[in-house]
Design a protein. Structure first.
Lengths: 541, 419
């Protein structure tokens, strides 16, 4: 049985690493938590997705694109019982993984803000490298929060702070949202009226780590670096306080201990004293403590938040939902599960690839998205059926290039000497319009799917997609043009674009369309469009 | 958005079976008449840069701040406006002029936000522009076209995305740079109509099959968006001012602003809820008087033509017209014959739906340096816009379950301008 074989493989790997309790693999434990969330879960839940559905889903989630026709046939013909686990491992080891994770973290960290002080290319190279190396997530975030941008070789790491202009309220809010899972924006002006645990003092406790930092020489300079003064305290007043009392706080993360700040000897507050055109360096840096405080063991929100976000990336919804609304009155859908995931993630030293693998091996991840009969009002948070995930702009662009065979044509054009990096450079060059039109608003989490007029016109008549349709060098419409049998056309078409076999009706429809067409090649081109424009293509199901 | 849906605020007229709107006209003339009568629309003419109230609505001739121009009588006895607006003067019986505006910021960006959101800047919240509010509360389900459109003097077309804030991207403005239609609205030449129809049919069949087993709000919205886009595409001619009756087009004038104002009328007539037309550039720190002659020369005749045109088409009673800017200009004339930014005492002009014509509200002192009577803020104006189109301006939105008043609770509508 698939489950038995899979857990044997997982056990072997875990024993080798010396970490495992032998007979109870983690994916199975995760599934038991989920099953415990609904009485009679096994009877109500949808079955596992078909092999084709799983194949497409895994490729999109772990490689950022859809499989080739050859990869579809290879997987369909693989009879090994552990073929799904093998596929997961293959995708995690392939270059697409780093690319896909770089996209995901770019949006998570920078939320499509315009590139200001760190160019896009440098940032993408930095992210790509981090995921190629599988840098532990705590080390990755420490780098992000401690780099001052002064060394051109490592400057990209400072983008999180630099491209927010180090604006105090913006960085405070976003550190809370992105690294702690808490949107404390309201606490800028008062204790949150609805959430007891989002206090104004906690908001300013975060800000106090950064209040002495500033952009040097000034915020407008494209090459500005982060400098810091040795003095200055945050002050705040609640707009709800009639007496307008002023408060202050030392640097302190929510729920954490206040930073111990040594009293500076007079005259020794700076190692480099402030002067005209001189970047000051304080003896004691509040900002240098931020990275350790955020990622340290005394801040459990850090691991909990990233685990929740990785769960959401694969499953389509956070255990805490929305992702930045973690507080006592918005409990996780499966609290014990989130706790266990967090504990294991920390035990595995913040290894993101390990976490992604464990989640991908679960039945919960591999469940079908087809609604079982009679299960109309199953809440998404029960995971009785897989959640439909809209493709991100990057996934959509790459999947469209793969589906239309533009990727194949580019690979052929590069010839035998072409490298994966060269191929990817050609594909990445086409990303910009997809990001611009399909991407969310700058500075906002990409939470809600929208289908606005400009997006639809882009897909309907825009050249970015239409330009991929005409036949060239081995792409899909070229291959289809060379196939005379309409059923064979349908088979190749659906395999390439939707990663499945057509139904008998669909084969008939393709045949009818081709028969009625005055220009066969054009009809083929527009059939490809129709499949790319379908909801089935637009969503990861 | 997080939890509670926004409670219904609008009073939507029931339009019955208004069919998909045909090319350049309406499928059903009776339905068209019904649409015109019951659906309210808003047109904002935004004189960008800070128009001088002293050269327009509140002239002070023969004072040391008044500049060289005279004040001329209008179609309303006792009311005078600047001689730079002769055609507009003949429309004064349709206008409500508000002279007591004190808006609170003389910064271009902040002033624009204050005037379009009806709110002072507040930390922690971004208020939606009047266009997004109008699109959300007034737009009919029958309208194929986007509810919130802004026509900019130049640039490409696009989707601004930012001005609806918590109301969501559906109500954010679609921008038409230089009045050009939305990008990709025209069927490409390599795609004949029958091929387009055939592929649409195939796409719909695929979606119908998929929806049998997998449905979500998102997949439905996605599938539906093509149907909606198709309805906009079928009305692509609305965006083409060259399709207008040349005699009507002539009255607006062949210059950019004239064409843009004409485009606005076409869009409103086709059912767009809100159109903002920007006219640039009024930021006259030097040569204020010469530039205002030029700019107002471009504004005056098309504006009068628009009011007549709306009236002729039976649209004036259901279209609120607002002429505003981000701020006014200083009474003091600087050493380059210019006027600088000024928010303490300036004017806007209203007309159309729900507005009492021939009215002047608010007074400034002899030199225009302070409001002496009827001082209002952009909040008062915002309430007035909503009331004029039949909405209750004291209600709330509920983004993230947090009550946010639709208009500034510290202000109220200006009763003297409401019909």
């Amino acid at each position: 049985m698939l489950g038995h074989t899979r857990s044997f493989a997982a056990v072997t790997i875990l024993s080798l690493s010396g970490l495992a309790p032998a007979a109870d693999p983690f994916p199975a434990r995760i599934d038991r938590h989920i099953a415990a969330g609904v009485p009679d879960f096994k009877r109500k839940a949808a079955p596992l997705a078909t092999d084709e559905e799983f194949l497409r889903r895994a490729y999109l989630d772990l490689a950022g694109t859809t499989p080739t026709v050859a990869e579809l046939h290879e997987f369909s013909n693989d009879l090994a019982k552990d073929r799904r686990a093998k596929l997961i491992d293959k995708l995690l080891a392939a270059p697409g993984y780093a690319r896909r994770m770089a996209w995901h973290f770019d949006v998570m960290l920078m939320e499509r803000r315009p590139d200001a002080k760190v160019p896009r290319a440098a940032w993408e190279t930095y992210l790509h490298s981090a995921f190629e190396k599988n840098t532990p997530y705590d080390a990755f975030v420490r780098d992000l929060l401690s780099n001052d941008g002064g060394d051109p070789k490592t400057r990209a790491a400072a983008k999180f702070l630099l491209d927010r202009d180090l604006e105090p309220h913006l960085v405070t809010k976003d550190i809370g949202r992105v690294f702690l899972g808490r949107n404390m924006q309201c606490a800028q002006c008062h204790d949150h009226p609805a959430v007891d645990t989002y206090k104004q003092a906690e908001y300013y406790g975060i800000q106090a780590f950064l209040n002495r930092s500033f952009l040097f020489p000034n915020a407008k300079a494209a090459t500005a670096v982060i400098a810091e003064k040795a003095e200055g305290d945050v002050t705040f007043t609640s707009v709800f306080d009639k007496n307008k009392l002023t408060h202050t706080t030392t640097p302190r993360l929510p729920g954490g201990k206040p930073l111990v700040e040594p009293k500076a000897e007079k005259g020794k507050e700076y190692t480099v004293a402030p002067a005209k055109d001189v970047k000051p360096v304080p003896t004691f840096s509040r900002r240098a403590r931020l990275a350790a405080a955020v990622t340290g063991p005394e801040n459990p929100a850090f691991a909990r938040n990233i685990v929740n976000r990785m769960w959401a990336m694969l499953m389509g919804r956070g255990l805490v939902h929305p992702l930045d609304w973690d507080h006592v009155d918005n409990p996780a859908s499966h609290p014990a599960l989130l706790d266990e995931l967090t504990a294991e993630f920390v035990k595995h030293k913040y290894d993101l690839k390990w976490l992604v693998r464990e989640l991908a091996l679960t039945d919960t991840y591999q469940r079908s998205s087809e609604m079982p009969a009679g299960l109309d009002d199953a809440g998404e948070d029960r995971y009785l059926v897989a959640i439909l995930k809209p493709l991100t702009p990057e996934q959509f662009a790459y999947a469209t290039m793969q589906a239309t065979g533009l990727t194949d044509a580019e690979r052929a054009a590069l010839g035998v000497k072409g490298t994966p990096a060269q191929l990817d450079a050609r594909l990445a060059a086409r990303l910009a319009p997809f990001r611009k039109i399909l991407g969310g608003k700058a500075g906002e989490a990409d939470d809600d799917f929208s289908a606005t007029l400009d997006q639809t016109l882009f897909l309907k008549y825009g050249t970015a997609v239409r330009g991929m349709l005409p036949p060239r060098g081995g792409n899909l419409t070229a291959r289809l043009g060379a196939i005379s049998n309409p059923d064979a056309v349908a088979d190749e078409l659906f395999a390439a674009v939707l990663t499945r076999r057509p139904t008998a009706d669909e084969r008939a429809d393709v045949g009818d369309t081709l028969k009625a067409a005055s220009d066969r090649q054009s009809a083929l081109n527009e059939l490809v469009w129709a499949l790319v424009a379908s909801a089935e293509f637009r969503f990861n199901h | 958005m997080r939890s509670l849906p926004t409670p219904p605020v609008s009073r939507r007229a029931f339009l019955g079976a208004t069919a998909a709107l045909g090319l350049g006209g309406f499928a059903n003339p009776a339905a068209a008449a019904e649409l015109k009568k019951s659906q309210k629309r808003v047109l904002v003419i935004f004189l960008s840069g800070g128009v001088s109230q002293l050269e327009t609505w509140d002239p002070k001739p023969n004072t040391d701040t008044g500049g060289p121009f005279k004040a001329i009588p209008t179609s309303v006895a006792g009311t005078h406006i600047s001689e730079l607006l002769p055609h507009t003067a003949k429309q004064a019986h349709r206008l409500a002029i508000v002279r007591g505006l004190n808006s609170g910021s003389d910064d271009h960006g902040i002033g624009q936000k204050i005037m379009l959101t009806g709110r002072k800047m507040e930390p922690g919240i971004d208020y939606p522009h009047i266009g997004a509010v109008a699109a959300k509360l007034l737009a009919s389900d029958q309208s194929a076209l986007p509810g919130h459109i802004q026509i900019l003097p130049k640039g490409g077309s696009g989707f601004t995305g930012g001005d609806a804030t918590f109301l969501g991207p559906r109500f954010a403005s679609v921008s038409l740079g230089d009045g050009k239609p939305p990008a990709d609205i025209l069927r490409p030449t390599g795609l004949p109509a029958d091929a387009d129809a055939a592929r649409e049919a195939f796409r719909q069949k695929l979606n119908a099959r998929f929806a049998k087993s997998r449905k979500s709000a998102a997949t439905e919205a996605y599938s539906e968006s093509y149907t909606q886009a198709e309805r906009v595409v079928r009305q692509a001619a609305v965006f083409d001012v060259s399709k207008e009756d040349p005699r009507v087009a002539e009255r607006y004038g062949r210059h950019d602003f004239g064409r843009h104002l004409l485009l606005a009328r076409r869009l409103l007539e086709a059912g767009v809820t809100y159109v903002k037309v920007s006219h640039s550039n009024y930021d006259t720190h030097h040569e204020n008087f010469d530039f205002h002659i030029e700019q107002l020369g471009e504004f005056d005749r098309p504006f009068a033509a628009l009011l007549d045109d709306l009236s002729d088409r039976g649209m004036l009673d259901s279209t609120l017209v607002v002429v505003m800017s981000e701020m006014g200009r200083t009474p003091r004339i600087n050493d380059r014959y210019g006027r600088d930014h000024w928010s303490k005492a300036w004017s806007v002009c209203l007309a159309g739906a729900g507005i009492k014509g021939g009215v002047v509200v608010g007074k400034t002192n002899a030199t225009g340096t302070a409001v002496t009577d009827g001082q209002v803020s952009s909040g008062h104006l915002f309430h007035t816009y909503l009331r004029a189109v039949g909405l209750d301006s004291t209600k709330n939105f509920y983004p993230d379950a947090r009550p946010v008043p639709v208009a500034d609770p510290k202000a109220a509508a200006i009763p003297e301008v409401l019909a």
